[in-house]
Design a protein around this ligand. Structure first.
Ligand SMILES: Cc1cc2nc3c(=O)[nH]c(=O)nc-3n(C[C@H](O)[C@H](O)[C@H](O)COP(=O)(O)OP(=O)(O)OC[C@H]3O[C@@H](n4cnc5c(N)ncnc54)[C@H](O)[C@@H]3O)c2cc1C
Length: 430
């Protein structure tokens, strides 16, 4: 039996899971599965089949229809507060450890599956999707990829069940795009390190129990003097100075964090001392890839609103969708979504099936999807006319949420720079 069947069935225990298992087993001979021994996947990872991914998508849709209704999404936006009971619900559904080892509670399903879950959650609520990714990709997957077996055993079960909340902190108020210029320091002391400094714009920061924190262990060595740490937020000296009031992604709690002589034991160094930049940069590729599914979900949500509206709304005696100018907008929204979707899933398939992580495609997928999502949500507002401009409809929330993806996880300008530099590397010496 394929790993995917076992793992998915654990998440979706019950009659529905049995049906799923039977259907996909019938549809696909074992030989059609790709077994890939990649350093970015759990041991014995088998890339999921199209049928498994479709089935997973349906399961996530069932979850979002039940748990992340439009009322929940609107209330999360209005209150600017994450519905914290959602973490354990996401955990029970199996969605918090999509890329993690099975022996710590993960599903070991890879990056296409993670993108599917991210897309569908973001379709229901952009801000719940962003917090989801900060937890399941930025924190859980970084621990999965770089953690020792002790660290994984200690932290992943709690994170994957949703009993604890994760985050990742690299940005600082003076070090965003130029993140390796960070000033937060980690000084060696007896038995560990003492962290001092602050971090800015940290998703889930106000709620997190465990944060992957990057700090300078040897400030004179610039990028070669950065180390990643696993910081428990209950440690003395840790604080969240404030929760940020944002234009969008409201309810995805974002914080400014302070570290006042926070002691972190040697056992909580993630990766190697002074090896943090490798952890950071490799993490960024996969982070950009999985996060690119966020704007996909927002584009789909824009179509979910605009398509029925433009077929129901009548002006001049017929549905507005019968006007060619309106059809043009709908066609542009649809093709932008489909092109972005193809880019994201094709890049994720390469990672899952061949173990190839192309920096320019991870950056390219989110660059393309993010800008298209802003355009699609603007078109959605325009198609709704006056109703697009009032908060009774979700169109303005979609625009406010979409814009974040041109800034967070590296701005569009930096993504273009990353793509250009990847080509420079390929062409060096030719
Ligand atoms: C809602 C939200 C959530 C976030 N979550 C996290 C998180 O969980 N963890 C975390 O560590 N960080 C997080 N961030 C931080 C985010 O990654 C940074 O905001 C982002 O990298 C940009 O950095 P900056 O804000 O300092 O902008 P700056 O670097 O100051 O950039 C300002 C402008 O200058 C442009 N610019 C800068 N350098 C160049 C250049 N060389 N060439 C061309 N243009 C350039 C930028 O593109 C941008 O338009 C989050 C941010 C937001 C808004």
């Amino acid at each position: 039996m394929a790993v995917g069947f076992r793992t998915l069935s654990r998440a979706f225990a019950g009659p529905a899971a049995r049906q799923f298992r039977a259907a996909t087993t019938r549809a696909l001979p074992a030989a059609a599965q790709t077994r890939w021994h990649s350093s970015k996947h759990p041991k014995n990872f088998e890339a999921p089949t199209t049928e498994e991914l479709d089935e997973l998508r349906e399961r996530v849709q069932e979850f979002t229809r039940r748990e992340i209704t439009e009322e929940v999404a609107a209330a999360t936006d209005k209150s600017n507060a994450f519905p914290n009971e959602m973490w354990e619900k996401l955990g029970e559904a199996g969605f918090l450890g999509i890329t993690a080892d099975e022996d710590v509670g993960g599903l070991g399903l890879g990056y296409q599956a993670h993108a599917v879950v991210m897309e569908e959650i973001s379709r229901a609520s952009g801000s719940i999707g962003l917090s989801y990714a900060a937890h399941s990709q930025l924190c859980v997957n970084q621990v999965q990829l770089n953690g020792s077996s002790e660290q994984k055993q200690k932290y992943l079960p709690g994170l994957i069940s949703g009993k604890t909340i994760g985050a990742l902190a690299m940005s600082e108020s003076g070090a965003g795009s130029d993140v390796v210029s960070m000033r937060t320091s980690a000084r060696k002391v007896d038995g560990g390190f003492e962290i001092n400094g602050s971090k800015m714009w940290i998703t889930n920061g106000p709620d997190a129990d465990l944060i992957v924190v990057y700090a300078k262990t040897e400030p004179d060595k610039a990028s070669k003097g950065i180390t990643a740490f696993l910081v428990e937020t209950k440690t003395d000296g840790f604080g969240c100075a404030r929760k940020l009031d944002k234009m969008g992604m409201r309810g995805s709690n974002t914080g400014e964090l302070t570290f006042d002589s926070v002691f972190v034991p040697d056992a909580n160094v993630l990766g190697k001392v002074n090896g943090g930049v490798r952890v950071l940069m490799e993490g960024l590729d996969l982070e950009r890839l999985v996060l690119s599914a966020g704007p996909l979900g927002i584009m789909q949500a824009a179509l979910d609103v605009a398509l029925p509206f433009s077929h129901q709304r009548k002006q001049f005696g017929s549905p507005i969708a019968h006007n060619q100018l309106v059809q043009g907008k709908l066609a542009d929204m649809y093709t932008k979504l489909q092109a972005s979707r193809a880019y994201t899933y094709n890049t994720a398939r390469q990672v899952d099936e061949q173990g190839i992580i192309r920096t320019q495609d991870c950056a390219g997928a989110i660059l393309y999807a993010a800008e298209r999502a802003t355009e699609c949500s603007l078109d959605c507002i325009q198609l709704l006319g006056g109703m697009g401009y009032v908060e009774e409809m979700p169109a303005s929330r979609l625009l406010r949420d979409a814009k974040l993806y041109e800034i967070g996880a590296g701005t569009s300008e930096i993504r273009r720079m990353v793509i250009g530099r990847a080509f420079n590397k390929e062409y060096a010496g030719t």
